[in-house]
Structure formats: structure tokens, C-alpha cells
Design a protein around this ligand. Structure first.
Ligand SMILES: Nc1ncnc2c1ncn2[C@@H]1O[C@H](COP(=O)(O)OP(=O)(O)OP(=O)(O)O)[C@@H](O)[C@H]1O
Length: 255
């Protein structure tokens, strides 16, 4: 069965895109067939796997707004077993346009039916908001992976995120669960990092991954080369930790 995971946190810059690309690539490296869906108008997941935005004809916007077949917008990446549904800046209009459409919350879910069973994992890179695009991702997903930056105020805003999850569970997707909470951008040189880790583990006693993603400059360089970290610098700390996370995610999903 395909496991569909939304990577979400309405807080900006916490590592959603970095996690979507690198977890996806590491799962693909372990032999899983993976589809990334870029649901963020910034299109950073798209460019981060080497797709030139100028070359894109149709993208996730056309799927959500005009019911264009999702299978036709899937593009392969340079890495075997890793495909992507790209996004461009036109997706910015979808937040508002969706409000006028029928079944606005389930458009992504419906479009994914046509590729049912073709992938082991589908990872959706959500935008930094709790609007219609994120609701579409939550309605289409089995679970949510929440990256949390290891800094002061890490937990700020998480109650709104949990509220949104509860609302989607109640109205559209009762099976939706939390896949895991991922601590990102950890800085071992400060006491603060360790305090935040303890605080987040206390808040989510059962859901925090053992793997913690440290700050690693190679992770921030990789997107400008259009490559996941395991292809950009396979020996880096960033590659090591995302490979560890992929194994954790596989085990948690009984694969
Ligand atoms: N572990 C890390 N070490 C160093 N830099 C990182 C790390 N994780 C992410 N970054 C960098 O931090 C910035 C924000 O990361 P990213 O784009 O993944 O966050 P995001 O949550 O997807 O952002 P947005 O909310 O804008 O979509 C990027 O420049 C990225 O390269």
C-alpha cells in the first residue's frame, strides 16, 4: 500500500522542503518507489531536485484547479525511483481559487486515485500556512510528518497545527495520524538545543523521531545544485542523518 505523508508546519523555514527532498531521496535509495508532491508556490522542492521551472508546462496548480490528470504532470528526477509533481508560482493563486470550487478540500485526494498503488511513498511538501493547500494535503494523506526547528519558541504555533489536524480528522479524514515529529537544525554547541529537544519530547511523548537533524551547511548548499544531499555530498553529516531517518520511517511503516 502507498503511504501518503504530508510534511507540514505552518511556521516558515523549519525544514519542510529539505526533509521532503532528502527523506524522499533516501527512501528511494533504499529501493522504495517515491513520489514528491510540491504543494508550495515557492517551488523549492521542484528546483531542489533539479527541475528547471522554465521548462514546466503543467503543474500541481492545473491538477487542483482544472482537474488536469496528475499522472501527466509527474516528472522523473535524476535519482532512480524518485519522481515529482512540480509547482510553480502560479500555485499562489490556488489558495483563493479553491474556495470557489466544489469539493475544494478533496481535490488532491481525488487526483491521486489515478496513480493508486504505483508508489510506496508519496511525500507532500506543504506551504507555510494552514490554508486550502494544506487542508488538501491533510485530506489526501495517511499521516503528517512535522518538522520542528530546534530553537526557542519551537512549540509556538503547534496548537493551531494540531487543531487543524483535528478538524480534518473530524470532517474529511478520520484515519489521519501523526507520522512523527522531526527535530531539525539542531545546534549541539548550545544548551538551548538540548532544552528544546527535551521540551518537544515532553509535548509529544510518543511521536518524536530518534533521529535529530543537525545544522549542516551541505544540506543548505544541495538545493542550489538541484540535488538531494545523498547525491550532492554522500559523506556529509546531512546525508547520514537523512539516511537514518529514512530507515526509521520504513520501520515505522512496517516496510
Ligand atoms: N539541517 C539544516 N542545516 C542547515 N540548513 C538547513 C537545514 N535544514 C534546512 N536548512 C536551510 O534552511 C532554509 C529553510 O529550510 P526549508 O526550505 O527546508 O524550510 P521550509 O520549512 O520548507 O520553508 P518554507 O516554510 O519557506 O517552505 C533553507 O535555506 C534550507 O536550505
Amino acid at each position: 500500500m502507498t503511504q501518503i505523508i504530508a510534511v507540514a508546519n505552518q511556521k516558515g523555514g523549519v525544514g519542510k522542503t529539505t526533509t521532503t527532498i532528502n527523506l524522499g531521496a533516501c527512501l528511494a535509495d533504499l529501493g522504495q518507489k517515491v513520489l514528491l508532491i510540491d504543494a508550495d508556490a515557492q517551488g523549492n522542492a521542484t528546483s531542489g531536485v533539479g527541475i528547471e521551472k522554465g521548462t514546466i508546462d503543467k503543474d500541481i496548480y492545473d491538477v487542483l484547479i482544472d482537474e488536469y490528470p496528475l499522472a501527466k504532470v509527474i516528472q522523473p528526477t535524476q535519482r532512480e525511483n524518485l519522481d515529482i509533481v512540480p509547482a510553480t508560482i502560479q500555485l499562489a493563486g490556488a489558495e483563493i481559487e479553491l474556495t470557489t470550487r466544489m469539493a475544494r478540500e478533496s481535490r488532491l485526494k481525488t487526483s491521486l486515485k489515478a496513480i493508486e498503488g504505483q508508489y510506496d511513498f508519496i511525500l507532500i511538501d506543504c506551504p507555510p500556512s494552514l490554508g486550502n493547500l494544506t487542508i488538501n494535503a491533510f485530506t489526501a494523506s495517511h499521516s503528517i510528518l512535522i518538522p520542528v526547528q530546534s530553537e526557542y519558541y519551537a512549540l509556538e504555533g503547534l496548537s493551531q497545527l494540531l487543531n487543524t489536524i483535528h478538524l480534518v480528522q473530524k470532517h474529511f479524514n478520520p484515519q489521519l495520524k501523526i507520522e512523527g515529529v522531526l527535530l531539525t537544525m539542531y545546534d549541539a554547541r548550545t544548551n538551548l538545543g538540548a532544552e528544546v529537544v527535551a521540551e518537544v519530547r515532553k509535548y509529544f511523548p510518543e511521536n518524536v523521531y530518534q533521529t535529530i537533524i543537525p545544522r549542516n551547511v551541505r544540506l543548505s548548499e544541495a538545493p542550489s545544485h538541484g540535488l538531494p544531499i545523498i547525491d550532492y555530498d554522500p559523506r556529509s553529516k546531512g546525508a547520514e542523518v537523512y539516511q537514518k531517518l529514512a530507515k526509521e520511517v520504513l520501520t515505522a511503516n512496517g516496510k
